[in-house]
Design a protein around this ligand. Structure first.
Ligand SMILES: *[C@@H]1O[C@H](CO)[C@@H](O)[C@H](O)[C@H]1NC(C)=O
Ligand SMILES: *[C@@H]1O[C@H](CO)[C@@H](O)[C@H](O)[C@H]1NC(C)=O
Length: 371
């Protein structure tokens, strides 16, 4: 055996070559994350509620286990008592829930051929779907007809049509999280830290799609206020939800400095919004959001199959109409919770990862003051 392998010269090359290769790869990689605005890195004690349920998996049960493939958003249709949810295999599914979770019935309703995310009910019995790949869809109530309403604005195509809410005036308000990255690349949209999201409206009487706000950071969940004066929408990477006043065309902060990354937001018809957070701010996320080079390294690793979206301690934050936090339902063993909908005494949660809808009786397992 040659002594070369033990020589100082070999050790020199064995260390220096991988370092040089790494530097070259880093430099050649064109992914160029940005610094986030200072307020996006801040935390606010005003976002911390007085009440907590820190173990919301305890007592929770699971609906449609194995029959729902990543049910991201969920919408409750009170007339039929059915829950509609969009799955990663393109199916919009309908769930008839039962007191005993295992007896709930899941029906494959309509397959969009895309990735249905946000779901809302139109004023004429139709179901409106924000499909990440397809755009904004109108599915007739009988499920027989699917029509594309819009997939671009100002000549720029949507690439992650994300969430939708319907005004009493019939106008559809929705978000496009990114016009640069498509849904399967959403991790890069988050890691890049640049605002490619838009808040939009579609008026079915005129067929016009309008850009209400641009330069948003991964514009995600959206909900119409009960008095119809404004929308509340979430920007995930900067942990903020804002109000958009429709007639004044004015923006105001609703809640910011959240302890997690906000996804869908839902109004419960009873004075509260529910903001789902798929992950809390872990120490790694905190560092990564501060330093763009860490996000670049993460993105490079992601190109070789590393999943950068490590999420933990997911939950749902209940806030009042002014954005004042009331209660947080979460669990350190939970992740990827993307929607929270209150139906009766239960909180129903959708997910970007799991193959079920989670349900918790919040009368039986309420959030409480910490001792
Ligand atoms: C529901 O089904 C799951 C999985 O099949 C099982 O582990 C659980 O015990 C069932 N629960 C009830 C209440 O039957
Ligand atoms: C959706 O399509 C139905 C016909 O299937 C129509 O009656 C309804 O007005 C449409 N809704 C929107 C918002 O375009």
């Amino acid at each position: 055996m040659s002594l070369f392998f033990f020589s100082p010269r070999f050790l020199f090359f064995a260390t220096i070559i991988p370092i040089l290769v790494s530097i070259a790869l880093y430099r050649l990689d064109t992914f160029d994350p940005a610094h986030l605005p200072a307020e996006a890195l801040a935390y606010s004690t005003n976002s911390i509620p007085p009440l907590f349920n820190d173990r919301f998996l305890t007592g929770a049960d699971f609906i449609g286990v194995g029959r729902l493939n990543s049910p991201e958003d969920i919408a409750y249709h009170p007339d039929s008592g059915l829950i509609y949810t969009g799955c990663v295999d393109g199916w919009v599914k309908r769930v008839k829930v039962h007191d005993s979770a295992n007896d709930s019935v899941v029906e494959d309703w309509v397959n969009t051929g895309g990735r249905p995310l946000g779901i809302a009910f139109g004023l004429h019995g139709e179901v409106i779907v924000a499909d990440a790949y397809k755009g904004l869809l109108n599915i007739s109530g009988d499920g027989k007809k699917t029509e594309l309403l819009t997939d671009e604005a100002e000549g720029v195509r949507f690439r992650i049509t994300d969430a939708v809410t319907v005004g009493d005036n019939g106008v559809l308000y929705f978000t496009d999280a990114s016009y640069k990255y498509s849904f399967h690349q959403f991790a890069f949209a988050i890691l890049e830290g640049k605002p490619h999201g838009r808040l939009l409206s579609f008026d079915p009487t005129t067929g016009v799609t309008r850009v209400l706000l641009r330069d948003l950071y991964f514009a995600n969940g959206i909900s119409m206020s009960p008095d119809q004066s404004h929308l509340v929408f979430c920007e995930t990477p900067i942990r903020r939800c804002s109000k958009y006043y429709i007639s004044e065309e004015r923006v105001e902060v609703f809640i910011q400095g959240l302890t997690g990354y906000p996804d869908n937001i839902r109004y419960d018809g009873d004075g509260h919004y529910w903001i789902a957070m798929p992950s809390t701010v872990t120490p790694l996320w905190k560092l990564g959001m501060k330093y763009p080079f860490l996000r670049k390294l993460t993105a490079m690793a992601a190109k070789y199959g590393f999943d950068p979206m490590f999420m933990e301690n997911a939950g749902v934050l209940q806030v009042d109409l002014e954005g004042k936090p009331i209660a947080l339902y979460h669990d350190h063993k939970s992740s990827h919770i993307t929607s929270g909908v209150k139906i009766g005494n239960h909180l129903y949660c959708g997910s970007l990862l799991h193959s079920h809808i989670m349900r918790l009786d919040i009368l039986k397992y309420p959030a409480q003051k910490k001792l």
